[in-house]
Design a protein around this ligand. Structure first.
Ligand code: SF4
Length: 344
């Protein structure tokens, strides 16, 4: 089927070209990548016959390999390298990040159609530059990305689909890493952005022990290499055995492990969004951030937070006594997780 011609204008010069090859510049963080999936699916509906490739940083690129609407993933290696690799290869570029730096390579590569929000002074580099609608401010990125597609003239579905199906081989790797039969409960005690988003490690240990004893589940602690010591300290503080996988998993492995959990107790983080996308029930502990903006997508999840006057401060480190987290007791978190397990 021939692609329809699309008209754009940049700096007053109109262009009419068919769109058969589209590159989508991906966000740089795991959580945002998950939340971009609804927009990627909407883009596919607009261009059912086009080749859609994601341009993604290496640490997030694997996730798009699990998305049927994506034809290929190419690594992003910086502005110059990206401009070189994109030149002549695409008819249109869609920019999910807001930055000037994400627009520069597609402009340098002279891709005929360049679409995104007119943020960070990059409007002149785009052929369609949308305004951020007020309706998506203060809401999840899942709405923000889709609204960008609408702002540049594409159609979007009524409800975003940010789900992710774990490929079977990733699930098998997850089983191997867990190293035995479950049922498994996950703890995700880290948060890349800063310590302010982290609930108290000793309380994670107590939650793990309590849930293991009451539900007959086994406990896995997940996280990145930077959280290895944190994970090991939590396991050491527990009376029940725990499998520490911090720093042991690629993104595909982590997806496989998360897909095997009955519930994940977590801080506001990328793995939280990943688990939610996989359909794993999530108990998310929020302090300095706003769950309306960064909470897990879907109705099956529970938010635990303490209404302190200074929250949400959105700071990386707490300048006072971290009361948004220290006032959240073990019993509240256990009750939410147990409630989910009872419903499971
Ligand atoms: S300032 Fe308040 S909301 Fe921010 S981290 Fe500290 S206690 Fe939490």
């Amino acid at each position: 089927m021939a692609a329809p011609p699309v008209e754009d204008a940049t700096l007053g010069v109109a262009r009419v070209t068919p769109i058969e090859r589209i590159v989508v510049r991906a966000p740089n963080w795991i959580g945002d990548v998950v939340l971009s999936l609804g927009a990627v699916r909407d883009l596919r509906r607009n261009f059912p016959a086009a080749r859609i490739e994601m341009l993604a940083r290496p640490w997030v690129s694997a996730l798009y390999e699990a998305v049927a609407e994506v034809d290929a993933v190419r690594p992003s290696a910086g502005i110059r390298a990206d401009a070189r690799s994109l030149r002549g290869a695409f008819d249109a570029a869609v920019l999910l990040p807001n930055s000037f730096a994400s627009a520069l390579p597609v402009w340098q590569a002279n891709i005929p159609h360049r679409w995104g929000y007119a943020t960070d002074l990059r409007g002149p580099l785009l052929t369609r530059a949308g305004r951020v609608p007020d309706a998506v401010r203060g809401r999840s990125q899942v709405y923000y990305y889709r609204a960008m597609l609408a702002a540049v003239g594409l159609t979007v579905s009524a409800t975003p689909d940010a789900s992710l199906a774990c490929p079977p081989e990733w699930g098998s790797h997850g089983d191997a890493l867990l190293g035995g039969d479950g049922p498994w409960i996950g703890l995700n005690p880290g948060a890349f952005y800063g310590t302010a988003k982290r609930w108290i490690p000793e309380r994670y240990a107590a939650v793990g022990d309590t849930l293991a004893r009451r539900t007959g589940s086994r406990v896995a602690i997940v996280g990145g290499a930077a959280e290895r010591v944190l994970g090991q300290s939590i396991a050491a503080a527990m009376l029940e055995p725990a499998r520490v996988l911090c720093g042991e998993t690629s993104l595909a492995d982590l997806t496989g492990v998360l897909s095997r959990l009955r519930v994940l107790v977590t801080n506001d983080s990328g793995p939280m969004h990943l688990a939610a996308a996989l359909g794993v029930p999530v108990v998310a502990i929020f302090g300095p951030t706003d769950e309306r903006e960064t909470g897990p997508v879907g109705d099956a999840h529970r938010i635990v937070r303490e209404p302190v006057h200074c929250s949400p401060c959105k700071l990386r480190e707490c300048p006072i006594d971290h009361r948004c987290m220290t006032r959240i007791g073990i019993d509240r978190v256990v009750a939410e997780a147990q409630g989910m397990l009872a419903r499971d």
